[in-house]
Design a binder for this molecule. Structure first.
Ligand code: BGC
Length: 754
């Protein structure tokens, strides 16, 4: 054998080995792919007489009974594997890696699918995240939810939901993950921006309005993260301890409100509650959500790390694992076949998913959806309007604002954040709009040639001071960006990784910038950017103007200019308490293994302890002034299952038109159990022309006074005298007060509040 021949043998052998290895690896990956391949080309089509999803009549509003009947018919045709197949996302980790690395797509660029069954024609769930807009593709970027909460404007929320619903449908989605309603118990929470504020009542009302807009377009809404997901960095491990009253009265009412209003789905959270991961938590999923509240929809896990024990999760009431079947795959099916998971649990999960698919994916659409809806002119204008209605004027000494365009020759704009696209965090809620109007661009465009806009990023203090000195007015933009607060994704490189805030105030250099610049120009206004309360004790007294702008979306800069120059009168109010001392906040540990969530936080804590916050919950100024008078109740008493009409007169006593948020609280001065001093139970936004007076009416249901009695496992209203407080903020000085009595002792509503 010549050397040449031997070499040829060796090369052939190595090649063969490589081929065998590649084939083996491919086989291994294919075999270990945990998703059950009911959707593969090898699946035989169903026969003619088999009932399929496509046999359900289209374009009709089906009754719940009809939906149930069709779901049962489909279930009867399905194999066990097909039922389990409904219970997870249709992709595998490799698909995701390929999408991001080879195809260079961003996360959730297209809808994430779950439960496509070709044999029976069952369409998949097609998921897009939110809540800042639609995460898929390049969609309209609205102000973050925390900003929108500060608008206290339910109609606005509904219109944003409507726009989001349209943009999802126009891009092939049918399932929206943007109904985030975790309670803000501490402003350092990294994902504060995704929720609406610290009050359960407000959270529920806002999210219902958004949901109604979205679901109108036959897009299933998903309420998340159920439950007690209010610390970010520790979210994968923290075990939240909570007593039953705190759970039912503080952390769950907004979820119940969405269930009552017909939310399609609920997402379980990553954290544990009382020792069990929420995706495996039978008490939260089966007992409270499905039994006590009668939820008819399905529960899906939070993504990738939301389930650890599939058998436990299925028994506990988790219906779908997203976005890949790490637990609900082949081994799980085998476990079901061995009888380790009751078949009823699988039937129940499949039934719940099918019910929602039948309900949403067979009824008629209110309109046609095409690509021109995405980032349409109407939607970007809505984004601007939302920013305008969300900004909160916190300080305006001597009527410094609005600025007068006619008198302004030079405007100094200072701060790094004035000149960057800062729409919020870079986690799963990130929306990728085609453009963002920064504060600087918005001000420049607004002023055009009428004034000289000088920009300093603030790195050089001396230059910043000089430009402030030479200007007629100064706008300092300060606060946070995605590197300061956001979703914690450990695999992501810094600074995108996000997490809880490390500080409640401005960065020291920015605080120093404000302190240095303010004395140079008495007309200095600080515009704050961030996702929740920012403490400002160290510089607050040095400036006469403070505007909370939040992360204000793709049209934020346009909105900012229109507010600062008075084209728009600010009408936002805080949905978070801004403390004057961190000691006024409940304990917070971003790395906690275990933590107790107490009954009090935010304004209820400040009220109870007599704290003086820097700016209270519900607070916000206008360029005009409002006066409240003539608070009256329809009767001096109410039955425990009755309601009272509450009316109040609100007058615009200033020099220009404006909108006022009217807030209604209830108080419990004679309670036999521990209660907060007051609780928000109603709000509305009213537009008043100069000198105009309107009567504002609320309906107060006695059951909204209830507390949860853990011994009896039901809600109770006490037969005592209660207070109703109405006004323009939660501060006692801003509230009118009246009293009424509840007539008899009686449990209300059993296990449900509604
Ligand atoms: C987040 C969820 C989000 C999901 C899908 C998770 O990391 O916690 O809020 O809906 O990803 O994008």
């Amino acid at each position: 054998m010549t050397i040449k021949k031997a070499l040829r043998w060796i090369v052939t052998a190595i090649t063969a080995l490589i081929v065998v290895l590649i084939v083996g690896l491919a086989l291994f990956i294919w075999l270990s792919y945990p998703k059950l391949s009911t959707d593969s080309v090898f699946v035989r089509p169903a026969g003619r007489d088999v009932f399929k999803f496509t046999d359900i009549p289209r374009g009709r509003e089906l009754t719940p009974q009809q939906i149930d009947q069709y779901a049962e018919k489909l279930l009867a045709e399905m194999t066990l594997a097909e039922k389990v197949h409904q219970m997870s996302g249709d992709i595998w980790l490799w698909d995701l890696v390929r999408l991001i690395t080879v195809e260079k797509k961003k996360y959730n660029d297209h809808a994430i699918l779950a439960g496509n069954n070709r044999r029976l024609g069952i369409p998949p769930l097609a998921f897009s995240d939110g809540p800042r807009g639609v995460v898929m593709n390049h969609s309209t970027c609205f102000p973050v939810a925390m900003a929108r909460g500060a608008s206290w404007d339910l109609d606005l929320q509904r219109r944003i939901g409507d726009a989001i619903g349209q943009e999802i449908r126009a891009q092939g989605g049918n399932f929206y993950g943007g109904l985030c309603i975790n309670l803000l118990r501490h402003p350092a929470w990294g994902r504060a921006q995704e929720t609406y504020g610290e009050d359960p009542f407000l959270l529920g009302e806002m999210a219902v309005a958004l949901m109604q807009g979205v679901q109108r377009h036959n897009v299933m809404g998903c309420a998340k993260h159920y439950a007690m997901n209010s610390i970010e960095t520790a979210r994968f491990q923290v075990d939240v301890q909570v007593d039953e009253r705190t759970l039912r009265e503080v952390y769950l009412p907004h979820f119940e409100r969405l269930v009552e209003a017909g939310v399609a789905a609920v997402m379980s959270s990553y954290n544990k509650v009382r020792g069990d991961y929420c995706g495996e938590n039978a008490y939260l999923l089966r007992k409270v959500l499905k039994e006590d509240w009668g939820f008819r929809g399905f529960v899906m896990s939070d993504f990738f790390q939301g389930v650890y024990d599939g058998k436990k999760a299925a028994k506990a009431g988790l219906d779908v694992e997203m976005p890949v079947p790490l637990q609900f795959g082949r081994p799980f099916l085998a476990a079901v076949e061995r009888g380790e998971v009751p078949r009823e649990a699988i039937d129940e999960a499949a039934r719940r998913i099918l019910r929602r698919k039948i309900e949403y994916l067979t009824r008629s659409d209110p309109m046609r959806y095409d690509a021109s809806l995405v980032v349409s002119k109407e939607h970007t204008e809505l984004a601007r309007e939302a920013a305008e209605r969300s900004m909160v004027l916190l300080k305006n000494e001597g009527g410094l604002l609005p600025l007068d365009k006619a008198k302004l020759k030079t405007l100094a704009v200072i701060g790094r954040l004035a000149d960057i696209e800062d729409t919020g965090d870079h986690g799963s809620s990130r929306v990728y709009p085609p453009y963002v109007v920064t504060p600087l661009a918005g001000l420049r465009r607004y002023l055009g040639a009428s004034a000289n806009v000088v920009y300093e990023n603030g790195a050089d203090l001396a230059r910043a001071k000089q430009s402030a000195k030479n200007a007629d007015a100064v706008i300092i933009v300060a606060g946070y960006d995605y590197s300061d607060e956001g979703e914690y994704i450990p695999q992501q490189p810094l600074p995108e990784r996000g997490g809880d805030r490390t500080s409640l105030g401005l960065h020291p250099q920015e605080a120093e910038l404000v302190r240095a610049v303010a004395p140079e120009n008495p007309r200095t206004i600080v515009v704050l950017v961030g996702g929740s309360a920012i403490m400002m004790e160290e510089w607050k007294e040095k400036v006469d103007g403070i505007l909370m702008a939040w992360y204000s979306g793709m049209e934020g800069g346009t909105a900012l200019a229109r507010i600062l120059f008075g084209d728009v009168n600010p009408s936002g109010k805080l949905t978070v308490t801004i403390p004057s001392d961190p000691a006024q906040l409940p304990p917070f540990d971003p790395h906690a293994q275990s933590i107790e969530y107490g009954y009090y936080h935010g304004y209820t804590l400040a009220d109870k302890k007599g704290y003086k916050p820097a700016f209270p919950f519900g607070y916000g100024l206008s360029y005009t002034t409002f006066k409240y008078s003539n608070l009256r109740l329809s009767a001096p008493q109410v039955a425990p299952d009755g309601a009272l009409a509450v009316t109040v007169d609100v007058s615009n006593t200033g020099a220009r038109a404006g909108e006022e948020v009217v807030e209604l609280y209830v108080g419990f001065p004679h309670a036999g159990v521990d209660r907060p001093l007051k609780l928000l139970r109603g709000f509305t936004k009213v537009a008043l022309g100069r000198g105009e007076k309107k009567t504002v009416a609320f309906t107060l249901r006695a059951r909204d006074l209830a507390y949860y009695d853990p011994q009896a496992g039901r809600w109770r209203v006490e037969p005592v005298s209660h207070e109703v407080l109405v006004g323009g903020s939660s501060r006692p000085a801003d509230l009118l007060k009246a009293s009424f009595r509840v007539t008899a002792a009686q449990a209300v509503g059993g296990t449900t509040l509604r």
